[in-house]
Design a protein around this ligand. Structure first.
Ligand code: C5P
Length: 352
């Protein structure tokens, strides 16, 4: 009998970042989490994960780029472990457990930034591990696996723009950007201050009273989800930027955790003359542009200002980059089929 491990080859996955275009905290749940209503778009900015079976030893993780923190906390290793348990009966080498994996991560998404990087890595790891082992688990089971790792992980099991509800386990694909002829893919300027923000701390500040008037972000989010569900042109999306930038219920709480975020955000708004939104629980700020070129120009303006008149929270310079909303209507169409499985998902882990 051939050795199932020897037949397996390395699997590579891109794990995209996300930004929340809206984020309403709808209520507190009995389990300590919060119910959300959030419209999320994936970005071209992505980590690169590769996994390859290794015949001996345990799972390993080698990281280049941004430091993701202690290995023991890493969602990739947790995702691989949980996926192994779920896949033990379905891979070709059953009933033996699937072999150890060597994971390599190029970490290009800042960590604990509100960009969902750690959660996206975990979703990519589930997918890559299953493929590396030639195993399959039912779609509902995959979502359960994902949700058990972090509130944001199910979101990344769906490609494309999505509405996230519940704690993060209900994900509905949205059509998202519907480019008109001649329109570029929308550009996104990201500014991530050099300060890690833990999601739990921001929710704790929210619970302690750092909340906006209830219902406003929710109404914006519901209205926008319905418009974005059938698709918006790039111009229509940009027209809505000011409303979206003010529709994050965690902004006040993030400002309690990182007070310098408030003057930084105001200064960037004045500098660029555009609405500046907060992604997730922060600290990443986003600005939408009609094209990558315009986002790049803005990144240059911000980087130059940071050398003298603009000061940002944290020790050291913020990470400033221009990217795009990930194009991909095909991905959206494919996601729409998967979504029939009635999944759900947002928020983000404190590691990403
Ligand atoms: O699920 P995850 O590990 O990403 O969540 C980190 C923390 O953020 C949770 O422990 C919880 O305090 C908070 N959270 C929440 N409601 C959510 C998602 C996260 O209160 N929907």
């Amino acid at each position: 009998m051939s050795d199932p491990v020897r037949r397996l080859s390395p699997i590579v996955r891109l794990a995209p970042a996300k930004i929340n275009l809206t984020l309403a905290v709808v209520g507190r749940r009995g389990d300590g989490f919060h119910d959300l209503h959030s419209v999320v778009v994936p970005l071209a900015l992505a980590d690169r994960l590769s996994v390859a079976p290794q015949p001996a030893g345990g799972d390993t993780l080698h990281v280049t780029g941004f430091d993701p923190g202690p290995k023991g906390d890493n969602l990739i290793l947790r995702a691989i472990g949980a996926t192994r348990t779920a896949a033990t009966s379905s891979w070709p080498g059953a009933p033996a457990a699937p072999p150890a994996l060597a994971a390599r991560l190029e970490k290009r998404i800042p960590v604990a930034a509100g960009l969902g990087g750690g959660s996206s890595d975990a979703a990519a790891a589930i997918d890559a591990a299953l493929e590396a082992w030639g195993a399959s688990v039912a779609p509902e089971e995959r979502i359960k696996l994902a949700a058990a790792i972090g509130s944001d992980v199910p979101l990344f099991m769906v490609a494309g723009s999505a509405l996230v509800e519940g704690r993060g386990e209900r994900v509905t694909p949205l059509h998202g950007v519907r480019r008109r002829a001649g329109e570029s893919v929308p550009g996104v300027l990201l500014m991530t201050p050099a300060v890690a923000v833990h999601t739990a701390a921001v929710f704790a500040a929210w619970s302690a009273g750092a909340m906006a008037e209830p219902g406003i972000a929710r109404r914006t989010s519901e209205h926008f989800a319905s418009e974005f569900g059938s698709g918006l042109t790039v111009a229509q999306l940009i027209e809505r930027a000011a409303v979206l930038a003010s529709a994050n219920d965690l902004a006040a709480a993030a400002a309690v955790v990182v007070p310098e975020l408030v003057p930084f955000r105001r200064a960037v708004m004045r500098l660029l003359g555009r609405p500046v939104g907060l992604s997730g629980s922060g600290p990443t700020l986003w600005v939408l542009y009609p094209s990558l070129e315009e986002a790049r120009t803005a990144a240059g303006v911000v980087s130059a200002a940071l050398k003298d008149r603009l000061s940002a929270p944290g020790e050291g310079a913020p990470f400033v980059t221009a990217t795009t909303i990930a194009p991909g209507h095909q991905a959206d169409e494919a996601a729409a089929e998967n979504a029939a499985v009635a999944i759900g998902g947002q928020a983000r882990s404190s590691s990403g």
